[in-house]
Design a binder for this molecule. Structure first.
Ligand code: NAP
Length: 544
């Protein structure tokens, strides 16, 4: 491979995004001997854990399953305080990783990419940042995440509001003062339900604007005791083994029983255990058929509904908080800590937008069909342009100036959720068609694979890597075909349905992590034939 000058602005690998995936990609590429530069739009390290710093933001994967596993020393020395760490601890951890492995000197912050253009004659990418600075790289890796472009719904008057407005996914680094304020929170997904109980006690009033209720269950967070800390360290090898090989990337064990294998009394006792199980254990360790057998799902939903009625004192509010439009598991379920209880606080009220929709935002509040509520602060917890949002906005241009957003106009086409035809030397680990469980685990699989592919190409004298159209078609076809076989339905933003005009295409990897593993193994076994490998100086020359 021709050497690129070692200056930061001309590197082998240019990574965009200093989140969990980008940090790991930077580390892996540098360890493999490539020169690397990382660009990050935010002012610091963290990606999603930098931007989502709203009160109450925390993991709902166990902290030690979400952190990196590539270094035993790192695992040993970082002492997670809670089973599900809160955002400040997560941000501290990621900064620690960056400094411990001396990665910061390869990073530039406040550097939002405005364009990335492939040059066919040299086989390189030119990446421009919004301050005009330019970078050239052989390989361009966008680790820009799937939940990184906040979505503001087009509610009339949104710009007219004269109070303070925040989006959970664009939270300022300076503290927001809620004390004594009349606050409106719009949206009751995972973000909305995390912030509500945390600010409920300090505000003058808190109005929760709910369009669709969600099946929320307790996160069951707890401090990690000294004994548990010691056990985690002792179990490191076993933990790695499970996390690196399991379908979901969690430690939770799958159940082997179907709901109606058990008697009614056994099922009720089981649901109670599930209610008290931490985080995603409630999906992974649940009855095998809970997502697919209507009667099993309905019984679990009835159990949750009864819990909501038993917690929320006002019966009308309790009824409004119980979903009527989807089953458990059709959407990504949020996990909560005191969310239902917050509605017993006289400061907190719920507005059911199905009954009284928002008409507009006014200069001083929010008008629904039943009148105006005055607010000092509005929190938009209204979600993200999932999967393709960031990639479609970066000005990415491949062969013959092909725009990525045009090539993906009908939905993303990918191979392994990591590469796409017409965009040689461009990779996007952690992007669309990738997700299949605990994010850092499959994103890490992809980073490892991208790095191995770069190393393979270098080792064989190639400097241009482009996925074969047949491989892309097969992977994309697999994703689309299997999309209806999982539990998620078009009620979920995983189909892009929360963004007006977005194609309704499945944006996760519906084959799951086992399919990702199988195809990666096949690529290795067949000498990377899924890719067209060539030398930029030559005409296309494949390994096939
Ligand atoms: P979300 O799940 O997409 O929820 C957005 C909310 O905004 C929904 O309640 C939606 O209502 C509402 N909404 C959208 N447009 C609206 C409108 N025009 N009027 C009124 N309400 C409107 O977004 P999110 O809560 O930010 O969560 C996104 C994802 O981020 C989660 O699924 C999860 O993967 C991740 N996350 C994880 C954690 C964690 O615990 N680790 C925390 C936060 C987020 P509808 O449902 O009716 O559309």
């Amino acid at each position: 491979m021709p050497d690129l000058a070692p200056a930061d602005q001309s590197v082998d690998v240019l990574v965009v995004g200093a989140g969990i995936t980008g940090i790991y990609q930077l580390y892996r590429a540098r360890e493999a001997g490539f020169s690397v530069q990382l660009l990050e739009a935010g002012g610091g390290v963290g990606g999603t854990w930098y931007w989502n710093r709203y009160p109450g933001a925390r993991f709902d994967s166990e902290s030690y399953t979400y952190g990196y596993l590539f270094s035993r020393e790192l695992f040993d020395e970082w002492v997670w305080q809670e089973r599900f760490a809160e955002q400040p601890e997560i941000e501290r951890y990621l900064n620690h990783v960056v400094d411990r492995f001396d990665l910061r000197r390869h990073m530039r912050f406040d550097a939002k990419v405005s364009s990335a253009v492939y040059d066919e004659s040299s086989g390189t990418w030119t990446v421009v940042v919004d301050d005009g600075s330019e970078y050239t790289a052989r390989f361009f890796v966008a680790a820009t995440g799937v939940l990184s472009v906040p979505y503001f719904p087009d509610v009339p008057g949104r710009e007219d509001f004269r109070g303070e407005s925040y989006h959970t996914g664009l939270w300022p680094t300076t503290p927001v003062d809620f004390a004594g304020k009349r606050v409106g929170v719009i949206g009751t997904g995972s973000s909305g339900v995390q912030i509500v109980p945390v600010i409920a006690d300090e505000v003058a009033s808190l109005t929760v604007y709910q369009r669709s209720a969600n099946w929320c269950t307790p996160l069951n967070n707890a401090p990690i005791t000294t004994g548990e800390q010691a056990q985690l360290r002792a179990d490191f090898d076993e933990i790695c083994n499970v996390l690196n090989t399991s379908a979901s990337g969690f430690l939770h064990q799958a159940n082997d029983r179907a709901a109606f294998d058990d008697s009614k009394a056994e099922r009720q006792a089981f649901y109670e255990r599930m209610w008290n199980t931490p985080g995603f254990g409630k999906l992974i360790s649940h009855y095998t058929d809970v997502m697919f057998d209507e009667a099993a799902n309905a019984e679990w939903c009835a159990f949750i509904a009864a819990k909501v009625r038993s917690i929320v004192e006002d019966p009308e509010t309790a009824e409004a908080l119980i979903p009527k439009d989807h089953r458990f598991g059709e959407k990504r379920p949020p996990f909560v800590n005191g969310y239902y209880e917050a509605f017993n606080n006289p400061n907190v009220s719920l507005v059911d937008l199905h009954r009284t929709p928002i008409v507009r935002v006014t200069e001083t509040g929010i008008a629904t069909t039943e009148g105006v509520r005055e607010h000092d602060t509005i929190v938009w917890a209204t979600g993200f342009d999932f999967g393709t949002g960031a990639l479609a906005r970066m000005g990415i241009r491949g062969r013959s100036g092909l725009a990525l957003e045009d090539y993906w106009a009908d939905g993303p086409k990918t191979f392994l959720g990591a590469q796409t035809v017409g965009f040689p030397n461009f990779f996007f680990p952690g992007g669309p068609h990738a997700a299949a469980g605990n994010n850092p685990r499959y994103n890490g699989d992809q980073v490892d694979f991208v790095t191995e592919t770069l190393v393979y190409a270098r080792g064989h004298g190639y400097d241009t890597i482009e996925v074969d159209p047949a491989a892309e078609e097969e992977w994309t076809g697999m994703v689309d075909r299997n999309a209806s076989k999982g539990s998620f339905t078009e009620a979920s933003y995983y189909f892009g349905t929360n963004i007006p005009g977005k194609p309704r295409k499945y944006l996760l990897n519906s084959g799951g992590r086992p399919k990702l593993f199988a195809v990666i193994a096949d690529v290795r076994e067949h000498d990377y034939r899924a890719f067209r490998l060539s030398r930029s100086s030559d005409a296309t020359q494949t390994t096939a």
